[in-house]
Design a protein around this ligand. Structure first.
Ligand code: HEM
Length: 328
């Protein structure tokens, strides 16, 4: 670039800056002075690397516990990105179909990564070490992941999260507070021995119930399912929309839960029977999607598809040879 061109560009930039700062009643000269004195940005400061790497606080000396913590944290960061996308959709004024589908594709992409990467846990952890360090983690459980619950509540109408045997007890006039009593996971977290709520659940409720009910009320009319129902009919029915949303439903409500279940089985079932989970639930009845039938976009499925929810995956993954490959 010629010297003259450079000068011209610079003076244009200064004019733009003046305009921007003046609009906020700010003196550009003071800000330029601040710029002159400030240090260059460093990668490690920008991403808070040292803080990030200080957050893996193991409870035991088993080396593989680090993998367990890191993988949970990675999952939570992905959940954060999913929530970030959902929030953008929910606050969008005059939501356009194109934007909706683009963001849903991103979410699918994130969940695809999570489903595929679950192997990190099985390859990365020796069973013997896991069985020892897990006893130091009671009663904490991934069950207490509040972001997982937020994704569910922001994805669909609340009634779809109610235990499937209780859904018919409610009408369009039922409040979220009423339905929350029977949200599926409160029924799942029952202590195998006593039949009472597990401590894992009680602690989670004390910490998060109020926040979650508030969130569910806020998203009553702007969760993903209700946004979908407000799209133009031809967009709702287009092959592309249906495929993207069905993929989302199946990633969150079948593929991820089953990838997770597969490892719970691998780690918690011994030859002489199952060992209790850290959360103490009857997890073999609770975790498989076919028992819960959580479906975010129920109007997209036939009665038969709902009946067979979760079955196809088991057939291919457990009895067949088809490998799961994530795609949008
Ligand atoms: C060896 C690995 C793992 C095992 C053995 C395992 C086991 C379990 C069990 C048994 C439950 C049922 C609740 C309980 O009794 O504790 C559960 C729930 C759950 N876990 Fe894990 N888990 C593993 C890894 C993970 C990872 C990496 C995450 C990522 C955040 C995670 C997130 C969850 C969530 C969200 C639930 C609740 C699921 C629902 O309500 O449908 N788990 N896990």
């Amino acid at each position: 670039m010629q010297e003259q061109d450079k000068e011209k560009k610079l003076s244009e930039k200064i004019d733009q800056l003046k305009e921007r700062y003046e609009a906020d009643g700010q003196d550009l000269a003071v800000h330029l002075d601040g710029l002159y004195h400030s240090n260059y940005l460093k990668y490690w400061d920008y991403i808070s690397l040292e803080t990030l790497l200080s957050l893996q606080k193991t409870k035991t000396n088993f080396p593989d516990e680090l993998i367990f913590i890191v993988y949970h944290q990675i999952t939570e960061l992905y959940f954060k990105m999913v929530l970030h996308e959902i929030k953008q959709l929910c606050v969008a004024k005059n939501l356009q179909a194109d934007f909706f589908l683009k963001r849903m594709k991103r979410i699918n992409w994130y969940f695809g990564h999570l489903i595929q990467s679950f192997d990190v846990i099985s390859v990365g952890m020796e069973h013997e070490q896991f069985m020892k360090f897990r006893s130091a983690l009671h009663p904490a459980s991934g069950f207490q992941s509040v972001q997982y619950r937020m994704i569910e509540m922001m994805s669909t109408d609340f009634i779809n999260l109610v235990s499937k045997d209780k859904r018919s007890d409610y009408t369009d006039y039922s409040t979220i507070d009423e339905m929350y009593e029977n949200i599926y996971w409160r029924h799942g977290a029952i202590d195998v021995k006593t039949g009472k709520k597990t401590l894992t659940l009680k602690m989670f409720e004390d910490q998060y119930s109020k926040k979650l009910v508030r969130l569910a009320n806020k998203f009553k009319t702007k969760n993903l399912y209700s946004l979908f129902k407000r799209l133009e009919t031809d967009v709702q029915q287009s092959e592309e929309t249906v495929a993207i949303l069905k993929r989302f439903d199946s990633y969150v409500n079948i593929n991820w839960p089953l990838a997770h279940y597969k490892y719970a089985v691998r780690f918690l079932i011994k030859k002489d029977g199952a060992v209790p989970a850290t959360g103490g639930t009857n997890w073999q009845k609770y975790l498989p999607p076919k028992f819960q039938k959580q479906i975010f976009f129920p109007s997209l499925y036939t009665a038969q598809e709902i009946e067979d929810w979760g079955k196809a995956w088991v057939e291919t993954e457990v009895f067949g040879s088809v490998e799961f490959t994530p795609s949008v």
